[in-house]
Design a protein around this ligand. Structure first.
Ligand SMILES: Cc1cc2nc3c(=O)[nH]c(=O)nc-3n(C[C@H](O)[C@H](O)[C@H](O)COP(=O)(O)OP(=O)(O)OC[C@H]3O[C@@H](n4cnc5c(N)ncnc54)[C@H](O)[C@@H]3O)c2cc1C
Ligand SMILES: *[C@@H]1O[C@H](CO)[C@@H](O)[C@H](O)[C@H]1NC(C)=O
Ligand SMILES: *[C@@H]1O[C@H](CO)[C@@H](O)[C@H](O)[C@H]1NC(C)=O
Ligand SMILES: *[C@@H]1O[C@H](CO)[C@@H](O)[C@H](O)[C@H]1NC(C)=O
Ligand SMILES: *[C@@H]1O[C@H](CO)[C@@H](O)[C@H](O)[C@H]1NC(C)=O
Ligand SMILES: *[C@@H]1O[C@H](CO)[C@@H](O)[C@H](O)[C@H]1NC(C)=O
Ligand SMILES: *[C@@H]1O[C@H](CO)[C@@H](O)[C@H](O)[C@H]1NC(C)=O
Ligand SMILES: *[C@@H]1O[C@H](CO)[C@@H](O)[C@H](O)[C@H]1NC(C)=O
Length: 576
């Protein structure tokens, strides 16, 4: 009898807190009602977290104290989390409680809060404070999101709530009709999105499924593993990747490398599925290039420039994808090569564009440099570049994960879905990545030259060797790699041909022209970008390959004048 009476007042006061609910209490709070963080207090905690309604979500709760400096500096990150996973709301919600406020002290004590901030995940059918699981302290959004996802997956694996997304991996199937059938049973959506992942423990797919919750009526999304029969049928090689089918069609409407950033583009796709292939048509309709370059050299010249976007795209592929192509771990000489390459990129990747007296910063490239530095340090922590590095072994999945976290923390400096600019080929098979690589190598060499020109001991060898080592260990075009290694060690050896410091860029210019000469007229030559000996007359009228003095100022200025990255222009309404 006494018990019932004691519980009564609390029951009467109980309320469920939601976004925007103003918590009771005297102290200032670290969150406001605009934040995507639910603010709890003594009177709402039980009813919200230990909810018994059928549509209750699970929760992540930060117990903080408004006076704690640590909590204050953590709050912006937690707000970011709230925003970032807002679409996950039907599954999990982000909440917080100020333990410094005396009205909340009993709840904080019941939750065993030992320090601030103290963060717990409460499973969907938590019934008491001890059902909450403590989360590790975290420093980055991606780390926090990953931990949260792991807890949600654990919750799902035990309870398999059928009103949550289906996080199970798609079962093997041999025909597309089985896929439509599976989809039809569960959803009336017109698209199916499949995320193919490397490992059952991968979190990317689960995160995407939750990101897509607002689109449940348009898109039925599932996870699948990379040994699924569809992987071979679709020739998928990079994981995780995303494929979207229109129901009933075997040719995907979207096939892309998957990362979280893709979401924006997916939303665009869902909003407007038109305007496909226009760009391609435009391009092939262009005039015969060699005629243009003879008759209208000024116009042709405009197609030749150094693009920041191309370089960033190429470096992302080189570091993130090429290194993990085989899945083999990094160790010994390939680990040293990757470390050396990152370290060289950090030192020499240009962060300014220079056109005559006009200098401008390249903020995307500066952010990319912080990614290079973080990866370099990360490899060093794992034993790269120390005396006993021969024993160091780095798992490529871990390395990829670190890359993705690092780029996200740096504000995603690498364009993913942007088209190639200068390096765009007239078909998808031409130019692109290999053009981006050459362009980056030349730009790096010119940038290194300008940085180190006055050092008395400046040598062209470290930069050239680090490029060669990367090519030797990672360049996926195997015959390119073999030719390049043979040329740079035997037929036109770096160690003999590159003596003075200006050879750091002159060597690459000559080596590239040797390659151009060999490839001239082959079917890999893009009719729009013939394999001229560089620079062609239309680029530099008074350059003469036999007189290096005429080439040097041209190369230095051409590879310093970088077209800054510009975000793709939004298609204006009513565009004709
Ligand atoms: C290290 C390496 C080795 C390769 N080896 C081979 C191979 O053995 N076989 C093969 O088929 N393909 C090879 N390739 C690919 C090939 O060289 C081209 O990259 C590809 O054919 C695309 O050509 P592209 O027209 O886009 O111009 P690219 O040759 O890629 O050049 C990119 C841009 O660099 C500029 N440029 C061109 N020449 C020079 C120069 N001499 N100095 C400075 N700037 C220049 C131009 O603006 C050009 O558009 C290799 C690529 C690399 C990076
Ligand atoms: C959680 O709830 C589900 C149904 O909502 C139930 O099937 C499951 O047994 C519950 N789990 C626990 C641990 O209480
Ligand atoms: C909340 O629930 C706990 C038991 O889980 C109980 O001890 C406590 O008194 C409740 N608090 C309120 C305000 O109802
Ligand atoms: C999809 O349909 C099958 C067959 O009816 C069913 O077993 C499965 O639980 C459904 N999945 C979802 C997420 O509804
Ligand atoms: C382009 O024009 C040149 C010069 O007129 C000609 O030799 C070449 O065959 C043309 N190429 C194509 C693909 O039309
Ligand atoms: C790196 O080198 C080690 C040791 O030689 C080798 O086992 C591994 O396959 C290589 N990894 C890659 C990605 O080439
Ligand atoms: C190199 O030295 C010259 C003159 O000695 C000076 O004008 C120039 O700014 C220096 N360049 C760099 C990159 O330090
Ligand atoms: C090339 O010629 C132009 C004028 O035609 C001149 O301004 C420029 O300095 C010359 N460049 C070289 C490298 O000689």
């Amino acid at each position: 009898m006494l018990l019932v009476l004691a519980a009564l007042p609390a029951l009467l006061l109980a309320e469920v807190a939601d976004f925007g609910t103003v918590p009771k209490g005297m102290n200032p709070t670290l969150y406001s009602s605009d934040d995507r963080v639910i603010q709890l207090d003594e009177s709402t905690f039980n009813e919200t977290i230990f909810c018994t309604r059928p549509d209750c979500p699970s929760f992540i709760v930060e117990f903080y104290s408004d006076w704690c400096g640590h909590c204050r500096s953590f709050a912006p990150l937690y707000k970011q989390l709230g925003k970032d996973v807002h679409s996950w709301n039907p599954v999990v919600r982000v909440a917080a409680m100020n333990c410094a406020d005396s009205v909340n002290s009993a709840t904080c004590r019941a939750n065993g809060v030992q320090y601030f901030p103290y963060i717990k995940y409460f499973p969907r059918n938590a019934t008491e404070p001890t059902s909450g699981n403590l989360l590790r302290a975290f420093r980055t959004l991606s780390e926090m999101r990953d931990q949260l996802t792991k807890h949600v997956m654990d919750d799902y694996s035990v309870n398999r709530f059928d009103d949550w997304p289906n996080f199970d991996f798609l079962k093997d199937m041999t025909t597309f009709s089985e896929l439509w059938e599976e989809m039809g049973l569960n959803s009336s959506a017109e698209f199916v999105a499949l995320v193919f992942e490397n490992h059952p423990s991968s979190l990317t797919g689960a995160q995407l499924l939750m990101d897509l919750l607002p689109y449940t009526d348009r898109l039925y999304a599932r996870r699948a593993l990379k040994n699924h029969p569809l992987v071979e049928a679709l020739h998928l090689t990079d994981f995780p990747s995303l494929v979207i089918f229109k129901k009933g069609q075997r040719v995907p409407v979207v096939q892309a490398e998957l990362r979280r950033l893709l979401l924006n583009e997916m939303e665009q796709f869902l909003h407007a599925e038109k305007e496909q292939s226009e760009v391609e048509v435009q391009f092939t309709a262009r005039k015969n290039a060699s005629e243009e370059c003879i008759n209208e050299p000024e116009k042709c010249k405009l197609r030749y420039y150094v693009s920041e976007s191309d370089m960033l795209k190429a470096m992302r592929y080189a570091i993130l994808r090429e290194t993990a192509r085989t899945g083999a771990p990094l160790s010994g000489s390939n680990l040293t090569a990757l470390h050396g390459f990152l370290s060289m990129l950090h030192d020499h990747f240009p962060v300014m564009t220079v056109n005559g007296d006009d200098e401008q910063p390249l903020p995307r490239s500066s952010a990319a440099i912080s990614v290079f530095a973080r990866l370099r340090d990360w490899l060093e922590e794992r034993g790269a570049n120390v005396n006993d590095s021969e024993y160091a072994v780095v798992d490529v999945d871990d390395f990829q994960k670190e890359f993705l976290a690092a780029e996200e923390d740096a504000g995603n400096p690498f364009p993913i879905t942007a088209e190639w600019e200068h390096c765009k080929g007239s078909t998808r098979q031409l130019r692109g990545y290999s053009c981006g690589l050459w362009t980056t190598f030349h730009t790096l060499s010119v940038s290194a030259y300008k940085q180190g020109n006055n050092a008395s001991n400046a040598s062209p060898l470290p930069l050239l060797s680090s490029i060669r080592a990367w090519v030797e260990h990672f360049f996926g075009c195997i015959h390119c790699r073999d030719h390049f290694v043979k040329m740079t060690t035997r037929t036109f050896p770096i160690e003999i041909e590159a003596k003075r410091f200006d050879d750091v860029y002159l060597y690459l210019w000559k080596a590239h022209n040797i390659v151009n000469a060999r490839l001239k007229g082959r079917d890999t030559e893009d009719p729009q970008f013939l394999k001229y000996q560089f620079p062609a007359r239309f680029l530099c009228n008074n350059c003469s390959a036999s007189e290096e003095q005429t080439i040097k100022p041209f190369l230095l200025s051409y590879y310093s004048d970088i077209k800054p990255y510009t975000a793709p222009v939004e298609k204006a309404n009513g565009n004709k």
